[in-house]
Write a protein that binds this ligand. Structure first.
Ligand SMILES: [Zn+2]
Ligand SMILES: [Zn+2]
Length: 274
């Protein structure tokens, strides 16, 4: 049976745990019974402007393929990257992808153009009233739609990342108002062969049963012809590897999907969930 975690961070990510040594992560995945582990370290192309420590690309090139070889036949190790804000500096993004032999490219949007990561926005401030949150959410969706035009993305990471921080502030985003733009995004993904990521990190971290995206958006993606879904824990330390993945598979089955997707050499491979 497939048991694949397609989104994990090693110590090479600016916010990864020092204990997250790729070899240790692979051993942990093997101990848990995972069949696939794809290491997707952060590379936000606007990182220099935001003051993030850059990804040590040479170290990743050494450490992750070495694990693939060491664990061959026991665990399928993928070499991925979480490429953030590719359309903010597309030339930088293209240059990064051209330098490495990735299996999998997660496309992320952690911030609106020229703004900080959604995680750092104080949505609890009274100034963030419903109309302002709606405006920002719509802008986020439009920037996500633009991100999909960037060539090379395998899977769209945590589509509703912004909503997570709005929810933490005790506020909500009225998704019903955005079904047209969401349908456009999902149809574009289907046309371009871009998978949707089911990011289960809120489950993995005990926040609640929330996932990014949630069941209603998974169903909408399915209605728009979407078939490719990757599932990731977004682990930033070895203890979080594989957490929430089984719950994610159950949610996929409940929302009309029979397969989970894993990328190998940038190509989707589908595994039955039954
Ligand atoms: Zn992310
Ligand atoms: Zn991540």
């Amino acid at each position: 049976m497939v048991f694949a975690d397609s989104h994990v961070h090693s110590h090479l990510s600016f916010d990864g745990s020092p204990e997250a040594i790729p070899e240790r992560m692979c051993q942990k995945a093997l101990d848990l019974g995972l069949t696939h582990l794809c290491i997707t370290d952060h590379c936000d192309v606007n990182g220099p402007e935001l003051g993030y420590a850059p990804l040590d690309e040479a170290a990743a090139d050494r450490e992750i393929p070495a694990c693939r070889n060491a664990f061959r036949g026991r665990l399928d190790v993928g070499y991925g990257i979480e490429l953030g804000e590719a359309t903010e500096y597309p030339d930088r993004a293209r240059a990064i992808l051209s330098r490495h032999d990735y299996d999998f490219i997660l496309g992320s949007l952690h911030n609106l153009k020229g703004c900080v990561d959604f995680a750092y926005i104080k949505f609890e401030h009274p100034g963030f009233d419903a109309p302002l949150i709606e405006k920002l959410y719509e802008r986020m969706l439009l920037e996500t739609e633009a991100l999909l035009s960037f060539d090379g993305i395998s899977s769209l990471a945590h589509l509703t990342y912004m909503e997570r921080y709005v929810r933490r502030a005790g506020k909500t985003v009225p998704e019903d108002g955005y079904r047209d733009v969401l349908k456009r995004i999902f149809r574009l993904m289907t046309e371009r062969g871009i998978a949707l990521e089911l990011n289960v990190s809120p489950i993995a971290r005990g926040e609640d049963n929330y996932t990014m995206p949630d069941a209603s958006l998974l169903k909408l993606y399915r209605e728009c012809g979407g078939e490719l879904v990757t599932v990731g824990s977004d682990a930033h330390n070895p203890a979080q590897i594989g957490a929430g993945i089984r719950e994610g598979y159950r949610l996929l089955l409940e929302t009309g999907f029979s397969y989970v997707t894993v990328f190998r050499r940038r190509k989707p491979v589908l595994y039955s969930l039954r």
